[in-house]
Design a protein around this ligand. Sequence first.
Ligand code: HEM
Length: 470
Amino acid sequence: MAAFKETKFPADAPAAQKALGWVDDRFPLTKLWNDQWGKYYAPKNFNFWYIFGSLAMLVLVLQIVTGIFLTMHYKPDANLAFASVEYIMREVPAGWLVRYMHSTGASAFFIIIYLHMTRALLYGSYRKPRELIWLFGFAIFLCLMAEAFFGYLLPWGQMSYWGAQVIVNLFGAIPFIGPDLSLWIRGDYVVSDATLNRFFAFHVIAIPLVLLGLVAAHLIALHEVGSGNPDGIEVKENLGADGHPLDSIPSHPYYTVHDLFGVSVFLLIFSAVVFFAPEMGGYFLEYNNFLPGDSLKTPLHIAPTWYFTPFYSVLRATTADFMYVLMAAVAAYVVFVWLKSRLSSMVKTAFAAVALVAIVGMLPQVLDAKFWGVVFFGGSVVILAFLPWLDHSPVKSIRYRPHWHKYVYLVFGVSFLILGYLGTQAPTETKTMVSQVCTLIYFSFFLLMPWWSTMGKFKTVPDRVTFHPH
Ligand code: HEM
């Protein structure tokens, strides 16, 4: 074994420097800091879109810390849960603050993550070589949804109770195993104390552990390939004499200051919501959830929290009548792929065979619309994972794409928002029709992307990033 060599410092060196040296000889603290942040070189042209990764980390910490304090007073028992939350709100010193920070934090997390993903869409951040960063991000998104879903049952209000009932019942639509599967998830024939206990276990420990691991993987993958930027240029292709990319700057102090500014603005908005509008008109905390969960009283209108509603709308849009439109859409897509795709004829044949089976399965005599609703509901989330392989554009950033691509993104974004809004509303015939049109737009955006993303006149991507010092 090599001899252990301790770093020598002059006798008058500051005590802090000596202490750090002592630690560094035994643990790579300075190295870790420099690799991950201090000397991590990032493109110098980041704009405000690049703040949301850091904000997501901040909110993750905020949720964990406030969650720990809530857990100290919360009782995961169907007879006590609702009252324990009221106790936190009224009796525990600053309990109301911790609870509002946690509930507002959940919505803030999703706002930040949706903006973080929008940035990826605009600048093609998921393109080669960042596919794995995207896939880890996608897994994080799934975990966040699970975390929010499990957490929502804990206050044991009417919406908690009936929301969980509706979503767990969805699994019942799966042929053969469905009813047993939903029974297994619930641990009972209805949502009950057994369900509350397992959801609590998932919410406070299982999912957060996975989430932390995934965030670590997300950042390790990011620091392996290096950050993208709004121009979609690989800065590592232009190295300076010191071996660092010419268009990059060390994260510290430059992005430390940049991120601290973003954090300050975020905390201002966040505090304003926590102190003045924690319910946010029923969007962050639903009014029905101020009533204790009652298995004998179904609320008139059950809707999930706003961050799930775009996908929930897709589920509700899948009515029995709409199945015929979907069957026609699948058939048209097969013909389109057959004529336009450069895939081998074997792959095309396999694709057509799968589509044919799906079309037959869509017949009302075979599998009902409820089942397909669950499939499209899941599909509308899972399709995001395929983005790196659906986008064939020769450039990454929207800046150098044909002008009309911006309208494609706009139509997609507006449809997503409409789906989100409609998911919060009680369905009517017109609203269902609008959500059906938006569902078609949503899926077309992704499924036709291999074609539309290559069409039009692309601008020349410069060799160096565009940067205007301010
Ligand atoms: C807890 C949740 C998350 C945290 C803490 C997080 C953190 C970060 C951080 C700190 C960065 C670097 C700074 C930045 O580019 O903003 C980053 C980059 C990135 N994230 Fe996330 N992220 C999270 C979730 C997601 C999700 C859900 C996705 C997508 C599905 C995603 C996709 C990406 C991509 C593609 C990049 C690379 C951007 C580039 O270099 O151009 N992230 N993330």
